[in-house]
Design a protein around this ligand. Structure first.
Ligand code: TRP
Length: 330
């Protein structure tokens, strides 16, 4: 079976964007690939996190993975920092990466645009190298990543090739996994930005754990335009995003949706989208609330412990192979 690997940062409760853009698809492919999904805790501290909140969020991401339908029997689920080899390989790859290429990463440039150099963290700068280590450590065939992470996957491929050409064929060079059904969900407040769990404005995103009332309220407040026609066009990015969301949660076609809301106002459409999303999330929340009970804590713990053991079985010899190639004494 071909191998897939991906991770999500525990920088908050997962959003509808994480679900429709990633998790929903991960569930659909779990019988066709050998999949590994981790919680990228090491990556999350590139932005200062409140330790108590981070601690909870890490466990919550594990529970949200499972609540969304990722079967822990079929997939390997673990916490990044539990497998020390990630950080270790990250250090090694720092010696393959160049300052210039990291400085050119669009995400780094965007995130630091308004900061003085003196307050930009080295971790943020180095983030793509750790991500390359996460990936190269496991020789996956494919990495499902969103548009915003494409460049990081590209640098992963570059670093893998560069290492291989100096030290021998050690790493498999992975491809991006292009999902058939995934969608890029944008902020409800600014449809030019990706929906993000770290958005300062909670109206911009739907959290997987929002109540039905909150969900409907947020959709009612979604930024649209004054065209007042439900049409899928680049000129109406807000409405286009809502159509994408509605299409994803109802499995309806775009044309079908345009026809369904022909002549209807935005109010009606927004409420319909809110209802459909709330219905979909209700099932996830039910499962999540069950998993979140104290009596299930051990079960959750056993999943990420077993996951780290399994991941470590691949990562440890891989890192040893790297150390040997470098000339280190094992
Ligand atoms: N950088 C990714 C994000 O923010 C998370 C991530 C970390 C990741 N390591 C990874 C994704 C390895 C895929 C593979 O979305």
């Amino acid at each position: 079976m071909k191998k897939i690997l991906s991770g999500i940062q525990p920088s908050g409760i997962l959003t509808l964007g994480n679900y429709l853009g990633a998790l929903k698809n991960w569930v659909e492919i779990q019988n066709d690939y050998e999949c590994t999904y981790f919680v990228a805790d090491l990556h999350s501290i590139t932005v200062t996190q409140d330790p108590k909140t981070l601690h909870e969020n890490i466990k919550k991401v594990i529970m949200q993975y499972i609540a969304c339908g990722i079967d822990p029997e079929k997939n390997t689920i673990f916490i990044q920092s539990h497998v020390h080899e990630h950080a270790e390989l990250g250090w090694i790859l720092n010696n393959s990466a160049y300052m210039g290429e990291l400085q050119r990463m669009t995400q780094f440039k965007d995130k630091t645009a308004k900061q003085e150099n003196d307050s930009v963290k080295v971790g943020l700068f180095d983030y793509p190298v750790l991500m390359a280590a996460d990936i190269l450590l496991y020789d996956p065939d494919y990495v499902p990543v969103g548009e915003d992470q494409r460049q990081h996957l590209e640098i992963t491929r570059t670093l893998g090739r560069r290492f291989n050409s100096t030290y021998g064929e050690i790493f498999k060079i992975p491809d991006a996994y292009i999902s058939k059904s995934g969608a890029r969900i944008m902020s409800l407040q600014d449809p030019s930005k990706k929906m993000s769990k770290s958005d300062a404005n909670p109206n911009g995103f739907i959290s997987l754990l929002d109540s039905k009332d909150e969900i409907i309220k947020k959709f009612k407040r979604a930024v649209t335009d004054s065209e007042n026609v439900v049409k899928y066009t680049e000129n109406q990015p807000g409405i286009k995003n809502l159509i994408d969301i509605y299409a994803c949660v109802t499995d309806k076609k775009i044309e079908q949706i345009e026809a369904e809301f022909e002549g209807a106002g935005y109010g009606t459409f927004k409420t319909a989208v809110g209802e459909a999303v709330a219905d979909r999330l209700e099932q996830i929340q039910k499962k999540y609330n069950e998993l979140n009970k104290p009596e299930n804590e051990e079960f959750i713990q056993s999943i990420y412990t077993k996951g780290a053991e399994k991941a470590g079985k691949y990562a440890k010899p891989k890192l040893e192979q790297v150390y040997t190639a470098l000339g280190f004494v094992l």
